[in-house]
Ligand binder design. Structure first.
Ligand code: PEP
Ligand code: CO
Length: 447
C-alpha cells in the first residue's frame, strides 16, 4: 500500500490554493503545463535523497544548513557573473560557518527557480499609477505598465528554462573547480572592498590553507575531496500547477518527487488548515521547508507536521521560523515544547528576515542588521533552553554591494538606502553584511 494514502500529484486541486495567478487564457496555461510535463527534470531523485541525508545530520546537530539567495530571482539575473557571485557568497559564508562550527555545512541556494512571490496586496502604486502587483517573473513582468503586469502562462515555461540555465552553470562551475579550497581566492568578490569582515575572512582562508598544506605534507588529505562541494537548490513551491508538472514518479521506488528543486518550501501564507500547498507537498518525497510566522502556534504547526511527515522521518521537514525579533520570546517556546514533546523530527532553521521588515519614513522597505542578529540569537538560545537546537539559517542576501538593509559593518542608515536599492521584492543583506552575519553565527555556535 502507498505510504501516501489518497494522494496523487493532482489531489491538491480539490483544496483551496491561495496566491495562484488568474490566467485569462486557460487553454494556453494547460498547453504550457503539458509541455513542462514532457521536459526533463531539473534535479534527480538521488540528489534529493542525498540532501535528505544531510538534513538528517543537521537535525541531529551534526551539520548546519545555510540557505540563502534573492527574495525574488529574475530572468534578467540569469547571466554568468550574477550566478557566480551568488554561488561565491554562499561558499564564503559556508566556509566561515564550517570553520566556526567545525560541522559540515549544507548549502542550499534560493536559486534556479525562485521566481514566484505571494503578494499580500493586489495592487501597488508606481509613479502615481496603480498597477497589479509584481508577482515574480514566473507570473508577470516587473515593468510598471498594466499589460506587462498581466499573468502570462508562457512565463512558466520561461521559468523552467531560466532555472535550467542557472543550474547548468552552477553545476559547470562546481565541476570546473570553482569551489576548490586550493584556490579559495577564486571565491573573492571583486566588489567586497576593504571592510573588516573581508579581512577576517581572508585570515580564515589563510589558516585553512596552512592546515591543508600541513595535512597534505603528511599525506592526510586527497585533493579531490577538497574540491568536491555539494550545493542544492530551493524555492517557494507556490505555483502548484508548475510544481505538479515537474513531479515525476521514480520507477525504482514508486515514490513521487518534485524535481523542480531539491528543497521546495511552503510559504508562511499557505500553511493554514485546508491548504492545497500542504496537500501537494505531503505526497512528494523531497525534504520540505515550512515557513512559520508568529501567528502559527502549535495548533497549526503540529497537524501540519503530522500531515507532511506521518512517519516522522528524519530529514523530511525543515521548520523555518520567521517570527520577528520582538515576538520570538512570546511565540517560540510553546512551539518548541510541543514539537519536542511529541518527539517530532524537524530541522529547526531561522529566517530572521521576514519577520523584521519595516518601512522608513520615506516608505522604503528595509531590515536592520542588529534586529536580524537579535532574532537569530534569541532563537538559538530559546531552542537550546527547550530541548532543541538551531540546525540552520535562511537569508535573503546578495553578493552585490547594495544598500537595502541598514546597519552592519558599513553602518548604513535609512539615508543611504536610495544609493543602491536594487531588490525586486524584499531588502537583502549585501556582501559585507552577509559575511558579517556568517561570522556572528559562527561565533554564536562556535566550539
Ligand atoms: C520569502 O521567503 O520570500 C517569503 C515570502 O517568506 P514568508 O513565506 O516567510 O513570508
Ligand atoms: Co522575501
Amino acid at each position: 500500500m502507498s505510504d501516501r494514502p489518497n494522494w496523487a500529484p493532482d489531489t491538491w486541486r480539490r483544496f483551496e490554493a491561495l496566491y495562484q495567478p488568474e490566467y485569462e487564457d486557460l487553454d494556453s496555461y494547460d498547453r504550457v503545463l503539458e509541455r513542462i510535463r514532457g521536459l526533463p527534470p531539473l534535479v534527480m531523485p538521488a540528489e534529493v535523497e542525498e540532501l535528505k541525508q544531510n538534513l538528517v545530520a543537521a537535525g541531529r546537530g551534526e551539520a548546519f544548513v545555510l540557505q540563502g539567495g534573492n527574495c525574488a530571482e529574475t530572468f534578467a539575473d540569469c547571466n554568468s557573473d550574477s550566478i557566480a557571485n551568488k554561488l561565491r557568497i554562499l561558499l564564503q559564508m559556508s566556509l566561515i560557518l564550517r570553520y566556526g562550527t567545525r560541522k559540515p555545512v549544507v548549502r542550499i541556494g534560493r536559486i534556479a527557480g525562485q521566481y514566484a512571490k505571494p503578494r499580500t496586496v493586489a495592487t501597488e502604486t508606481i509613479g502615481g499609477e496603480e498597477l497589479p502587483t509584481y508577482r515574480g517573473d514566473a507570473v508577470n513582468s516587473w515593468e510598471p505598465i498594466p499589460s506587462a503586469r498581466r499573468p502570462d502562462p508562457q512565463r512558466l515555461l520561461d521559468s523552467y528554462f531560466h532555472a535550467a540555465s542557472v543550474l547548468n552553470h552552477i553545476r559547470a562551475l562546481l565541476l570546473a573547480g570553482f569551489a576548490d579550497l586550493h584556490h579559495p581566492f577564486n571565491w573573492n568578490v571583486v566588489t567586497s572592498g576593504n571592510c573588516e569582515a573581508w579581512a577576517e575572512y581572508e585570515g580564515i582562508v589563510e589558516r585553512i590553507l596552512d592546515a591543508i598544506d600541513f595535512m597534505e605534507s603528511i599525506g592526510g588529505v586527497r585533493g579531490e575531496a577538497l574540491g568536491k562541494v555539494d550545493f542544492y537548490t530551493s524555492h517557494e513551491g507556490l505555483l502548484l500547477g508548475f510544481e505538479e508538472a515537474m513531479t515525476r514518479k521514480d520507477e525504482e521506488t514508486g515514490g513521487f518527487y518534485d524535481l523542480s528543486a531539491h528543497l521546495p518550501w511552503i510559504g508562511a501564507r499557505t500553511i493554514g488548515p485546508g491548504s492545497a500547498h500542504v496537500e501537494f507537498f505531503r505526497g512528494v518525497r523531497n525534504p520540505i521547508g515550512v515557513k512559520v510566522g508568529p501567528d502559527a502556534g502549535p495548533e497549526i504547526v503540529i497537524p501540519l507536521l503530522e500531515a507532511l511527515n506521518p512517519h516522522n522521518e528524519e530529514g523530511r521537514v525543515v521548520l523555518i521560523t520567521r517570527l520577528g525579533a520582538g515576538r520570538v520570546e512570546e511565540t517560540l517556546p510553546s512551539l518548541v515544547r510541543s514539537v519536542v514533546g511529541m518527539g517530532m523530527h524537524v530541522v529547526w532553521s531561522c529566517d530572521p528576515m521576514h519577520g523584521n521588515t519595516v518601512r522608513t519614513a520615506d516608505g522604503v522597505k528595509t531590515r536592520d542588521f542588529s534586529v536580524i542578529l537579535d532574532e537569530l540569537t534569541r532563537t538559538h538560545r530559546l531552542l537550546g533552553i527547550h530541548g532543541a537546537h538551531l540546525g540552520g539559517v535562511h537569508f535573503e542576501l546578495t553578493a552585490q554591494n547594495v544598500t537595502e538593509c541598514i546597519g552592519g559593518a558599513e553602518d548604513l542608515t535609512s539615508a543611504d538606502l536610495n544609493q543602491k536599492y536594487q531588490t525586486y521584492c524584499d531588502p537583502r543583506l549585501n556582501n559585507s553584511q552577509s559575511l558579517q552575519i556568517a561570522f556572528q553565527i559562527a561565533r554564536m555556535l562556535g566550539v
